[in-house]
Design a protein around this ligand. Structure first.
Ligand SMILES: [Zn+2]
Length: 74
């Protein structure tokens, strides 16, 4: 982090190496690489979370409520 941050030449080389955003195929940016923007980074993150969390999340919430419900009903 220290080397590339203090070396502007390395930064421009990084931009060349960034390639393209895997989400929309636009040119990736240094800030959000390998994505082109925060939006695409978020989309990818959502994709990963969506695969393993988003769908079961509702069930997980219900399970949590189930644990809490008896306490509330009493
Ligand atoms: Zn993109």
């Amino acid at each position: 982090m220290s080397d590339s941050a203090s070396n502007p030449d390395k930064k421009s080389a990084d931009i060349v190496m960034l390639g393209r955003c895997p989400m929309c195929k636009k040119r990736a940016t240094l800030e959000y690489r390998p994505f082109c923007s925060k939006r695409c980074a978020d989309l990818d993150l959502a994709k990963w979370i969506g695969g393993s969390y988003a769908i079961p999340a509702e069930e997980a919430d219900i399970t949590e409520l189930d644990v809490m419900d008896p306490t509330l009903e009493r």
